[in-house]
Write a protein that binds this ligand. Structure first.
Ligand SMILES: Cc1cc2nc3c(=O)[nH]c(=O)nc-3n(C[C@H](O)[C@H](O)[C@H](O)COP(=O)(O)OP(=O)(O)OC[C@H]3O[C@@H](n4cnc5c(N)ncnc54)[C@H](O)[C@@H]3O)c2cc1C
Length: 456
C-alpha cells in the first residue's frame, strides 16, 4: 500500500474539534433544524457521545439532521485523509469524510475511478456507504456497498468494530444503506475501478414518449455500462432524452492534458416564483430543441457526464427559500414498463411541478438490509416545496406501495411512517441489528424519529 496526498475540498481545515450551534438542513433546504455540529479531524474523538454523523449534507431531506432532543452530531468533512492505496488492486482505505471530489482529483488521471458514482462529487465515502448510493451503472455494478470490503465503525454501544462482508456481516449489511443509524463510520475500504482513460464516450438520442424512453433505457443497459434518461413529465407525452456512456479508449481520448473545470455559484436565493409551470415548460422545450432529433455521439468530460449540476455551486438556491424535495422511488420490474409509464402520467396529473426528472434502470437488489435499489425503473423528481407537497407525496406513495416499490431514504422528507412500513418488509431485520448494537437507541436522526418511531 502506498499513501496518496488528499486534494482538499474548498472548506477551511481546523485541527481542533469545535462545536457550533447552527441551522442545519439537507440539500433540499427543507426541513431546517437547530443543531449542534461538532467538526474536527479526529473522527474517533468526534463521534464519542454524538447522536448522529453526517458528511457533506447532500442527502435532500432529514436523514442527516439531528432529532429534536438529539444533542450534538458529528461532521466528517475535515476527516478526509487517504490512509492507503494499492495501485495494483485499486483497494483504497480512507477516513469517512473523504469526498468524491478529492478522490476524483487524486486518482482519475492515474486510471482509477469510484466503482459507483452518484450525480454529485460533493459527497463523502461515509455518506455513500450510509445511503448505499447507486449510479448510472446500477444495472451492471450494483450499489457502492457491493465494492466495499471493510468499514471501521463506532457502534451505538460505543464499541469500535471492524466490519465487512466476511466480518460481523450482519452489522455490515445493516450499515450499508442504513442511513447512519447502526453506527458512526470512521473508515471505509473500497475497491476502485480501473479505467483506460479519464474520458467518456457518450451517445444520446431523444424519445417521443415515456414508454419508448423507458424501453430504450432498459435495452441500452444490455450493451452500455452507464445509462440514464431525462424525462419531460410536464409534457403529456413524457418525452425525453436517453444518454449512454462508456469509458473512452486511449485512442479515442483527446490528446490535450486532462483537467477538471471550475464552477460558478448562485450568490442568493432565487425568488420562489422564478420556477413556475411556464418557465419549466419553456426550459424543457429548449433543452430538447438544443439536443435536436439526431443521435449525438462524442467524447464527454466526466464532470459533464457524471456531475452536470456540480458546475453551479448552490444550485439548490434556485428553488427559493422554501426549498425543494426530491421524490425518488422505484417501480418494480415485475410491474413492467406500462406501470412505470402510468406512474409518469400520475406525476404529471398531480400537478406538483416536476421540474427535473431523472430515470434510471435498476439491476438486482444488493445485501444492504435497507438499501434502496431493487430491479425496476427509478424516478428521481425535483419538486419545489409548497403547502401541497405532503399530500402529493402521499398520493405517489399510495401507488408505489401498491406496486411493491419503495422510496429512497436519502432523498425523503415527507413520507409517512405508515407508508414507509407498507413499503418496507425488511424493517424488522434492521431493527434486530440496531437492538443488538445500540440497545439504548443512542443513534437517531430526524428521519428515524419520523419513519422508525425513535424517541425525539
Ligand atoms: C445533485 C445530487 C445528485 C445525487 N445523485 C445521486 C445518485 O445518482 N445516486 C444516489 O444514490 N444518490 C444521489 N444523491 C444523494 C447522495 O449521493 C447521498 O445523499 C449521499 O449520502 C450524500 O453524501 P454526504 O456525504 O453528503 O452525506 P450526508 O447527506 O451528510 O448524510 C447522508 C446520510 O449518511 C449518514 N452518514 C454520512 N456520513 C456518515 C458517517 N461517517 N457515518 C455514519 N453515517 C453517515 C448520515 O447520517 C445520513 O443518514 C445525489 C445528491 C445530490 C445533491
Amino acid at each position: 500500500m502506498r499513501s496518496v496526498a488528499t486534494p482538499v475540498l474548498p472548506v477551511t481545515r481546523n485541527a481542533t474539534a469545535t462545536s457550533a450551534a447552527t441551522r442545519l438542513s439537507g440539500w433540499g433546504r427543507s426541513p431546517v433544524v437547530e443543531g449542534l455540529e461538532r467538526i474536527g479531524e479526529d473522527l474517533e474523538r468526534l463521534t464519542r457521545d454524538v447522536s448522529l454523523t453526517r458528511g457533506l449534507g447532500r442527502s435532500y431531506g432529514d436523514s442527516s439532521l439531528p432529532a429534536k432532543g438529539g444533542g450534538t452530531i458529528a461532521s466528517t468533512r475535515l476527516a478526509d485523509r487517504i490512509l492507503a492505496f494499492d495501485p495494483e488492486t485499486g483497494v483504497l482505505r480512507a477516513e469517512a469524510g473523504l469526498s468524491l471530489f478529492a478522490l476524483n482529483r487524486a486518482l482519475l488521471d492515474r486510471g482509477w475511478f469510484t466503482p459507483v458514482s452518484p450525480g454529485t462529487q460533493f459527497v463523502t465515502l461515509g455518506g455513500m456507504v450510509a445511503s448505499d448510493v447507486h449510479g448510472k451503472n446500477h444495472h451492471e455494478a450494483g450499489t457502492f456497498g457491493r465494492h466495499v470490503s471493510r468499514l471501521l465503525l463506532r457502534a451505538g454501544s460505543g464499541d469500535i468494530v471492524e466490519t465487512g462482508p466476511d466480518v460481523e456481516r450482519e452489522l455490515f449489511d445493516a450499515t450499508v444503506g442504513g442511513m447512519g443509524l447502526t453506527g458512526h463510520i470512521l473508515e471505509v475500504e473500497v475497491r476502485l475501478k480501473r479505467v483506460n482513460s479519464p474520458w467518456i464516450w457518450s451517445e444520446s438520442e431523444t424519445a417521443p414518449d415515456f414508454e419508448t424512453l423507458a424501453e430504450r433505457l432498459v435495452d441500452a443497459g444490455r450493451s452500455w455500462p452507464y445509462t440514464v434518461a431525462w424525462a419531460d413529465l410536464l409534457h403529456p407525452s413524457g418525452r425525453g432524452i436517453l444518454v449512454k456512456g462508456r469509458w473512452a479508449e486511449p485512442g479515442e481520448a483527446p490528446t490535450t492534458k486532462f483537467t477538471w473545470p471550475g464552477a460558478v455559484a448562485i450568490p442568493f436565493d432565487m425568488p420562489g416564483w422564478a420556477i413556475n409551470p411556464l418557465s419549466m415548460r419553456m426550459f424543457n422545450a429548449l433543452y430538447l430543441a438544443k439536443h435536436g432529433r439526431r443521435t449525438r455521439t462524442g467524447i464527454a468530460h466526466p464532470q459533464s457526464f457524471f456531475y452536470p449540476l456540480d458546475a453551479i455551486l448552490d444550485w439548490n438556491r434556485a428553488y427559493g427559500s422554501r426549498g425543494f424535495t426530491q421524490y425518488q422511488c422505484v417501480i418494480p420490474k415485475e410491474s413492467g414498463v406500462a406501470a412505470a409509464a402510468k406512474f409518469a402520467r400520475l406525476v404529471r396529473e398531480t400537478g406538483g411541478l416536476p421540474c427535473l426528472v431523472v430515470v434510471k434502470d435498476f439491476g438486482p437488489e444488493g445485501p444492504g438490509v435497507l438499501s434502496f435499489p431493487k430491479p425496476g425503473i427509478t424516478f428521481a423528481i425535483d419538486l419545489p416545496v409548497t403547502d401541497v407537497t405532503p399530500g402529493l407525496v402521499a398520493r405517489l406513495n399510495d401507488v408505489v406501495a401498491a406496486e411493491g416499490g419503495r422510496v429512497y431514504l436519502t432523498k425523503d422528507a415527507f413520507t409517512s411512517r405508515e407508508h414507509f412500513r407498507a413499503m418496507e418488509p425488511r424493517l424488522a431485520a434492521f431493527d434486530d441489528v440496531r437492538r443488538r448494537w445500540d440497545p439504548d437507541r443512542k443513534i437517531r436522526s430526524a428521519q428515524s424519529v419520523r419513519l422508525l418511531g425513535d424517541n425525539e
